[in-house]
Design a binder for this molecule. Structure first.
Ligand code: BES
Ligand code: ZN
Length: 645
């Protein structure tokens, strides 16, 4: 196919930032930032995000100003969102926003110094995408204000009663906007292809502290009236809020922990290496551009391990193991400050640009701070997980660069393919080109695309121009194509190895063959990863006597280590080891992180007896679960199995 010359220019130019704050002047012969950015937008026009109703080719939101009250009694956020608009299409006079389960009270437009009411239409709800909000303007206006309230069932919010918190005295709420849940608490263009700066005025009951993915002040007075600013342009999925009995504990000059009072000291100790992680990442990929890096420790119902909300990572308390063995999660969320938050996938089909890059950067941080042995153990475990999951993932979703997610919920399209196959691809490139060259290349990707949203095609173009063509003979076109566009794993995928995990495999083999008792195995220095490997390598089922022998030696049933529990409980279910049932019940009721509980639900719902037990436990657990977790468990019960996460 021949493309018009203008279009080709748009595709091959280094894409300049939309909303990029600090710009270097263009060199002679190069396009100005404004020209390049217009060309970028032209290219973006042809690839509308199918997971959003917004029409960024006509108009984009450049700034969001929230004024919201946190109403714990009603479980709603109510107030207004005022958006600044940049009109792209001279003929356009409608503004289309994404919403889900929002009650819209009124919409006004600002023009010639005055607010006037605007006509709007809220479409019927689509199950996946929510309700399209179409606002009709008499002419292009600079600002539109939407007065609205969220509903108690908002998919992106969880409301906890005081009884569901550690302190038992103060209610708690938090958001989870990725992938497309921001629209359930703010009407906006809910696509990662649009970036905006934001400010917020948040009111709460007087004894409640509010935080956002913005400039939280560790010394802020707790008075129920808070103001926030996020001066760097971010995509909607990074909009975040939390409110509760939250106190601050510093862990370094730029880093700290927010948590309920009983959790704060433990969390600060566990995450004490955060500052070291930041300086490590900076030495590899350039300055941390977001000011502070704080971590908010949420209640155990948080449906994810971590969420990279800018300046304020949200984290599950289940990674606080007491021995720092799970703090790679912080390395991961911090890594998103470059891969994801600075350079963002422009739609969810290219999620590997966020998660695969981040998993790679995470392992570089882990290696630098905790050593190669831990990074290798993690790589082996992850690759094993990917290969297992891939057996259940349809071929079309095994590609890094996916087809547009038309009619698909992006939460369903996310899998270990984006994370671990993506990481594996970058490790492959690192190996072929050498660390020095590859590190410089990756840093350039971040620097030259900072504060923009990008897709796989742009990465492929950049890869060819900046790595492959400049260092000929290291990879072939076919190899790169197979990694980015092929299903399964390429032939060139070299498995990670770990001598420590090899030793675990050997011990397990001896135990299974009856040559060794658990007490013959020296586990005194085993880390979480070694226990995980031991369990993952066991057969699909064991006898009751075998399970009881392991329990007697190592007390897996009832373990406080969630990575062990996540693997042990499904094994006990498959083996019909009923002794574990009470511990499973309390585990499933206490924890809402999907990755930790879905494998156990999946194993349970596969048999009629297990399913009955799962339904009974779910009925008790449901009031404490997040809407995202509830949806996953209900889907598993209906399907008789759980999809890999
Ligand atoms: N950004 C993700 C969480 C996410 C992905 C939420 C897709 C919604 C849709 C976050 O950075 C993440 O990857 N969290 C992982 C932890 C990590 C150590 C692999 C998780 O929650 O398990
Ligand atoms: Zn991530």
């Amino acid at each position: 196919m021949r493309l018009p010359a203008v279009f080709l220019v748009a595709l091959v130019l280094p894409l300049a930032a939309c909303n990029k704050p600090a710009q270097e002047p263009a060199k002679p012969g190069e396009p100005t930032v404004a020209q390049a950015s217009e060309q970028h937008e032209e290219a973006a026009m042809s690839s509308h995000d199918p997971n959003s109703y917004a029409e960024p080719e006509k108009v984009v939101i450049t700034h969001v100003a929230l004024d919201l009250n946190v109403d714990f009694a009603k479980k709603v956020l109510a107030g207004s969102n005022t958006v600044d608009l940049d009109w792209k299409d001279p003929a356009a006079t409608t503004l289309v926003l994404d919403t889900r389960d929002l009650d819209i009270a009124k919409v006004e437009g600002f023009d010639a110094g005055a607010w006037t009411p605007l006509k709007f239409e809220l479409a019927d709800k689509d199950k996946i995408y929510g309700s399209k909000l179409t606002i009709t303007l008499p002419k292009q206006m600079a600002k539109v204000k939407i007065t609205y309230a969220s509903r108690p069932e908002a998919s992106g919010l969880q409301w906890l009663t005081p009884a569901m918190t550690l302190g038992k005295k103060t209610p708690f709420m938090f958001s989870q906007s990725e992938a497309i849940h921001a629209r359930s608490w703010v009407p906006l263009q809910d696509t990662p292809g649009v970036r905006f700066t934001y400010e917020a005025h948040i009111t709460t009951p007087k004894d409640v502290m509010a935080l956002m993915s913005a400039d939280n002040d560790p010394k802020a007075e707790r008075d129920g009236d808070y103001s926030f600013k996020m001066p760097q342009p971010i995509p909607s999925y990074l909009l975040a809020i939390s409110a509760g009995d939250l106190v601050f504990a510093p862990v370094g000059e730029r880093a700290g922990v927010w948590a309920e009072p009983a959790m704060a000291p433990k969390a600060a100790k566990e995450f004490e290496d955060t500052e070291k992680m930041i300086t490590t990442a900076e030495s590899l990929y350039g300055p941390y551009r977001w000011g502070r890096y704080d971590i908010l420790v949420l209640p155990p119902s948080f449906p994810y391990g971590g969420m990279e909300n800018p300046r304020l990572t949200f984290a599950t308390p289940t990674v606080i193991a007491g021995d720092k063995s799970l703090v790679s999660l912080i390395a991961h969320e911090l890594a998103h400050s470059w891969s994801g938050n600075l350079v963002t996938n422009s739609s969810w089909k290219d999620m590997w640009l966020n998660e695969g890059f981040t998993s790679y950067v995470e392992s570089r941080i882990t290696e630098a701070v905790y050593g190669r042995e831990l990074a290798d153990m993690e790589a082996v475990i992850e690759q094993h997980g990917l290969i297992e999951d891939m057996k259940q993932i349809p071929e079309k979703w095994q590609k890094l660069a996916q087809d547009p997610l038309v009619g698909v919920d992006p939460d369903d399209a996310s899998s270990q393919v984006s994370y671990i196959k993506g990481k594996w691809f970058l490790s492959f490139l690192e190996e072929r080109y050498g660390r020095e060259t590859f590190d410089a290349f990756l840093r350039k990707w971040f620097d030259s695309h900072a504060f923009t949203s990008q897709d796989s095609a742009e990465f492929e173009r950049f890869l060819r121009a900046e790595l492959i063509d400049k260092n000929p003979g290291k990879t072939t076109h076919e190899e790169i194509h197979e990694w980015m566009h092929g299903a399964g794993l390429p032939k060139t995928a070299k498995p990670a190895t770990s001598t420590r995990l090899d030793a675990v495999d050997e011990a397990r083999t001896h135990w299974l063959a009856g040559h060794m008792k658990p007490s013959d195995i020296d586990t005194s220095a085993w880390m979480t990863q070694e226990w995980v490997r031991f369990i993952e390598g066991l057969p699909q089922t064991l006898t009751e006597a075998q399970l009881a022998e392991l329990d007697a030696a190592w007390h897996f049933t009832g373990t406080a280590n969630v990575e062990i529990a996540q693997r042990w409980y499904p094994l006990t279910v498959r083996s019909n080891y009923l002794a574990a049932r009470p511990a499973i019940e309390s585990y499933l009721i206490h924890i809402g992180r999907r990755k930790l509980i879905m494998p156990t639900y999946g194993a349970l719902v596969a048999t009629p007896d297990g399913k009955a037990f799962a339904e009974k436990v779910f009925a008790k657990a449901k009031p404490g679960y997040h809407p995202i977790t509830i949806a996953s468990v209900e889907a598993a019960i209906a399907a008789g199995n759980a999809k890999p996460l």
